[in-house]
Design a protein around this ligand. Sequence first.
Ligand SMILES: Nc1ncnc2c1ncn2[C@@H]1O[C@H](COP(=O)(O)OP(=O)(O)OP(=O)(O)O)[C@@H](O)[C@H]1O
Ligand SMILES: [Mg+2]
Length: 257
Amino acid sequence: MNSIPLLETRDLRVEVNGIPILSGVDLEFESGCVYAILGPNASGKSTTAKAIMGLPEYKITSGDILFNGESILDKSITERARLGIAYAFQTPPRISGVKLDDFICRICPEYQCKAEDDQLMGESCSCKQELYDDFRTLGIGNLAQRDLNDGFSGGESKRSELFQVLSMRPRIMFLDEPDSGLDYDSLKVVGRELKTIREKGETTLVIISHHRYVLEFLEVDKVYILQYGRVVYTGDMSAIPLLEEKGYEKFLTDMTS
Ligand SMILES: Nc1ncnc2c1ncn2[C@@H]1O[C@H](COP(=O)(O)OP(=O)(O)OP(=O)(O)O)[C@@H](O)[C@H]1O
Ligand SMILES: [Mg+2]
């Protein structure tokens, strides 16, 4: 049995514009498992995911990020994405001039037609039907030919972002609050979609969240809680009701005293 985690951070320290944000984050993610990263606002959850993805303003001052046991610190975002690491933004950026369907067609090998580039998403494209079926499954068929996140509602941009990340068929995906701003019906759609991925067992899911709904839907294997830029609690979903009742401050004080 392989004992090396798919991805791990070791004593990860990160600063932005010279300000320390992460002060030694240790995390391990096994292949095919589901993780939740919780923690108060500004505790460093998004920063952790962005540093793992390699966003340039998140400067790693010490520590390491290992993928299959090998450091990826010298790898660019593109190289990390090619390894199979993906990040769905908490607030997805707007990219004018890039149509959602065209973009997804270019990043997903399974949707790519075998025709020449200039026929991508053309009328003759045989993969178009499959792509559009999947758009409808996520309830975003109306967004297919809109510019990326340009004027999308909050819930629309979260579902579109999720679709983009899923289309990359990553080995591990960090979903930064995939449930924020979603109505009850959309939550169910997203929960079901993620559950299907969990059941296939090919992708490690790391869900950053403040709410229990999607986490319970997915039956999370391990919960990490961050506070002040480090992991202060590791446990399972049994912590959630107590956390909801007490809030982070009291929960963490009681747990660590
Ligand atoms: N690009 C940036 N420039 C300046 N400060 C930043 C930047 N990114 C993160 N920070 C700061 O780092 C701290 C941690 O931010 P981060 O976004 O990681 O928190 P979070 O745990 O994801 O919080 P939330 O639950 O509110 O999303 C915050 O104080 C934030 O203002
Ligand atoms: Mg965040």
